[in-house]
Write a protein that binds this ligand. Sequence first.
Ligand code: AMP
Ligand code: ZN
Length: 479
Amino acid sequence: MKRLHLHDTLSRNRCEIFPEDGEKFRFYCCGPTVYGPAHIGNFRAFLVQDLFRRVIELSGIKTLHVRNITDVDDKTIREAQKSELSLVEFTAGWTERFHQDAKQLNMLDPHIEPSAVQHIPEQIQLIEKLIDNGNAYPSEDGSVYFSVKSYSNYGKLTRIDQRDLMAGAGETANDADEYEKDHVCDFVLWKARKPEDGDNYWDSPWGSGRPGWHLECSAMGMKYLGETFDLHAGGVDLCFPHHENEIAQSEASTGKKFALHWFHNEHLMVDGSKMSKSLGNLHTLEDIHDRGFSAAELRYSLLSGSYRTKINFSFDRMNEARINLKRIANLVQNLGADLPSYEELCERATFESMNLGSFESSWDALLEDLNAPAALGELFVAIKPLEKELAEGNVPEDTKKANLHGLALLVHAFGWVLPELESEQSSLDVPDHVKDLAERRWIAKQEKDWAESDRLRDAVIGEGWVIKDSKDGYELEPS
Ligand code: AMP
Ligand code: ZN
């Protein structure tokens, strides 16, 4: 099978994805901070990582996927205290909610999901090693800092020059409120206990406190994947300082390369701004359901843009997702057999090269840096003539089989859950202009443009059809 080529943030080159140890592709993804529901911007990151893993596995390569849970930091402690639950109870509730949302979005579970609170000893050991190596120092208040000037490669991921950092570029990013450190750009590895931390502290050789946020991913990444592993992923906002600091503390402690490749996704935007909790412009999966859309439609929509470009969230985009998923489901039905399962495809890819019928170029587009828009473009170009040939009944069985295989590969790579189709009668017979009126009316309804929505409903009635609304959408029936 052909292999995936991916843009590596570290080398700035496109690299071939294969397991360095010849067995499993080992990768680490920065996971959710569990102090509230993850928003759909967070899910863009996790879905892109899910697409990445699926494409690798569907090309016949096994993976070892680690994604952590950040369950101790300023935000989790602050919100747990407001809720009057213990930190562990509070974060367990939001972790559970994250798992439920991830399941609805058809995300594969990581093979290992470690949490920061469960790995305090590993983090303390890492700090001890860094102090022994001369890369970290305790301060008078019982905190410990990483000395950026002790590690000459600092800044290699984002190409930040140490001199610029010293001049202040890192001041805001690397916790400028910590005054005990020798240099403004040094970052904290162990935070001495403060009154506002309440009961949330652990003993250490430097006094009670808690680990700094960057440390957990180094400690858990190296524990489960080895000191050097294949790839590390996260949203672009994590490049600096989080990932830069992870590299520094890991490589300074082992003298070895940490992650061989880095994979960063661009942001989901709303009206030109990044979707984030602090800007208050976020949607959760629950909001998406309340607006009448499904998790499957959200998944389609979030994966339809290139992971390297920002995408703007809109309900128009969700409507497009609905229409496209129905079209794909219709094609699968017309191909006349069940799709092979994800596991079956992964297994087959290990042993044989596959005939993908008309969907070869769509799959090839995905293998070129997960180019989803190109893959979808090629998919719909392939679908059109196939629909026609199937309707005319002149597709030989072996061609059908190859197409079913090719289509299955794409359905599983994108992780699409295809909708149940309406009765064959109505899906085949509704004229295109009536479908179009009904779709426009659905959009008007989502946008609460009631006058336009009523006008379009009347137009549909005028064509001899009625619209039956349900929680998740609508159906057209002859009047
Ligand atoms: P957090 O729960 O804040 O630790 O973030 C979890 C993941 O979501 C990280 O990989 C972030 O980089 C990513 N992320 C946060 N906001 C967005 C956004 N608007 N679009 C895409 N990814 C995001
Ligand atoms: Zn991380």
